[in-house]
Design a binder for this molecule. Structure first.
Ligand code: SF4
Length: 315
């Protein structure tokens, strides 16, 4: 058996697996070009780990990431989740997760906690700053995204009296007349939704509309890589939580070209019967799926597959 899979974030390496059931002999495993932790999530987890290593008692405001297994692992290191700033104490470190929070919540944490670690993703910080700047200029801000998403709640907090959150162009009609509007986006929405909405916003003002695309490419890159790979495999495993929207979308993208696409949370969810006759199996993972979990899935496939090694060089 040859096992030489390289797990570099954002790299695709096709590799093989060890001997297994006869119907999967010769099976190859390909990882998508982009998979797993995005920059912002990886950074947030690293910041938490750093605090833990310093011996701090770490409390994250809301779950750090949408992955139960990683949350359980962090719990074994003493990391717990709080839902309100009042729950933090002076001898604890509060962590603001990648989604960010409103300035009020940040202030409350700073007043309550011994220390605050701000793991807001820099891409989200940029949207917060843009909203804040527009509000300071007394301009309206239209944010395209989901009003109940934590990232959007945080961004609106930077321009509470000037910002409107709408999910798409169908909600533009609900907006009042706008003053020198700026249009920005939730970092994870589709580009088409954003630009269609921004175009429609022009009907709500006589002023020039400043459109600033603040979509982060992480989601799109993972979807593009999964789509590219889905046409080359007989089965596809998408590792991620069933309540993680980016994992669910990734699954839908894979299904377009590969009917045998499965959204799994762990290696235990792999049903060997699904691999009957499969020669090539693709693997990708949502932005909240840790590398160690991806490795376990590949190890499981390794126990079911064949012994050929090949590097597709997709990247
Ligand atoms: Fe940051 Fe993009 Fe990851 Fe969101 S998806 S945390 S914006 S890198």
């Amino acid at each position: 058996m040859i096992w030489n899979l390289e797990f570099h974030a954002g790299f695709v390496k096709l590799k093989t697996v060890s001997a297994g059931p006869a119907n999967t002999m010769g099976m190859k495993v390909l990882l998508a070009d982009e998979y797993g932790f995005c920059f912002g999530v990886e950074r947030a987890v690293e910041m938490v780990e750093e605090s833990v290593q310093k011996g701090e008692t770490v409390r994250t405001l809301g779950p750090l990431i949408h992955n139960e297994q990683e949350m359980k692992r962090l719990a074994t290191e003493g990391v717990a989740t709080i839902s309100e700033p009042v729950q933090i104490t002076r001898d604890e470190t509060a962590v603001i997760r990648a989604h960010g929070v409103t300035p009020e919540v940040q202030k409350a944490l700073e007043e309550q906690a011994g220390k605050v670690v701000d793991a807001t993703c820099p891409f989200v910080t940029r949207v917060q700053r843009l909203a804040s700047r527009a509000a300071a200029q007394d301009r309206h801000v239209v944010i395209v995204g989901s009003a109940d998403h934590p990232e959007m709640i945080g961004v609106k907090g930077y321009a509470p009296d000037h910002a409107f959150i709408i999910k798409d162009e169908t909600e533009v009609a609900s907006l009042p007349r706008l003053r020198n509007p700026m249009v920005v986006s939730q970092t994870t929405i589709k580009a088409k939704t954003f630009f269609d909405t921004a175009e429609a916003v022009k009907t709500k003002t006589d002023d020039e509309v400043e459109v600033i695309n603040t979509i982060c490419s992480a989601t799109r890159d993972r979807q593009d890589a999964a789509r590219a790979l889905s046409g080359m495999v007989d089965a596809f495993y998408i590792i991620g939580a069933t309540h993680s929207s980016n994992s669910v979308k990734l699954h839908a993208v894979c299904k377009e070209n590969c009917e045998r696409s499965f959204l799994i949370e762990t290696e235990d969810d792999i049903n060997p019967d699904d691999l009957a006759g499969v020669k090539t199996v693709g693997v990708t993972a949502g932005a909240s799926t840790p590398e160690w979990l991806i490795k376990r899935v590949v190890e499981r496939l390794k126990s079911l597959g064949a012994d050929e090694e090949k590097n597709m060089g997709l990247k």
